[in-house]
Ligand binder design. Structure first.
Ligand code: AMP
Length: 223
């Protein structure tokens, strides 16, 4: 990794569209999307000892303890496919995680390029999350009304089966939003002070948001 890498973070509440936008960014800029939620859901489905530890936090919509998430994240960004950069989706979620990431990136001489925060009001998030369906194979995200798959229950991209995440129930969503406001929203201030925060309005059409995000990334890239 070097200082010219494209190291990005998508910051935003659950349901803001981080995953949806990340999939488009990955295609255009050829960097991997690293979702700590996806990595930990894979650990839970594998039935490993680590997965067992993670399960209860995740099903309640609570944050997994920092030290567990950090191990997973730091291991992942050491992979070869992150040699030119990465897009973090769902990490960091606490100031302690952000500080640990910063230390790790300084050691690698590969600082953050920018943090794109996607802003959406809570009531919109709740209705998006309850109608969300995810591909069991490639994690692509759909919405029962606004982003329907061509065939009911089947992913357009890989023909995987779509499912509803257990934590996309109304009760758990309430807790996830509370946790976001209490523990993750302070990161907006944290990155604003470092002058690397770029907010976008996430309550617009997917293509319009993507265009704004590309404009931000292209400006980061220009000398
Ligand atoms: P997500 O897929 O990003 O919505 O994450 C799903 C769940 O995984 C969260 O509700 C947390 O329980 C856990 N999780 C994901 N990323 C983190 C993180 N950076 N720190 C703590 N917990 C996390």
């Amino acid at each position: 990794m070097t200082s010219s890498n494209l190291n990005l973070i998508f910051l935003g509440p659950p349901g803001a569209g981080k995953g949806t936008q990340a999939q488009r960014v990955v295609e255009k800029y050829s960097i991997p999307q690293i979702s700590t939620g996806d990595l930990m859901r894979a650990a839970v489905s594998s039935g490993s000892a680590l997965g067992e530890k993670l399960k209860n936090y995740m099903s309640a919509g609570a944050l997994v303890p920092d030290e567990l998430v950090l191990d997973i994240l730091l291991e992942r960004i050491g992979h070869e496919d992150c040699a030119n950069g990465f897009l973090l989706d769902g990490f960091p979620r606490t100031v302690a995680q952000a500080e640990a990431l910063e230390t790790a990136l300084v050691e690698r001489n590969s600082p953050l390029s920018g943090v794109i925060s996607i802003d959406v009001p809570d009531q919109v998030l709740t209705s998006r999350l309850t109608a969300r369906r995810i591909c069991s194979k490639c994690s692509a995200s759909y919405h029962l009304e606004f982003l329907k798959p061509q065939k009911d229950g089947i992913c357009d991209k890989c023909s995987g089966e779509l499912y509803q995440r257990k934590d996309d129930s109304e009760e758990v969503i309430k807790n996830r939003l509370k946790v976001y406001h209490e523990q993750t929203a302070p990161l907006v201030d944290f990155y604003q002070k470092k002058k690397i925060l770029y907010p976008v309005d996430g309550n617009k059409k997917i293509d319009m948001i993507f265009q704004e995000i590309c404009d931000i990334i292209d400006n980061l890239n220009s000398p």
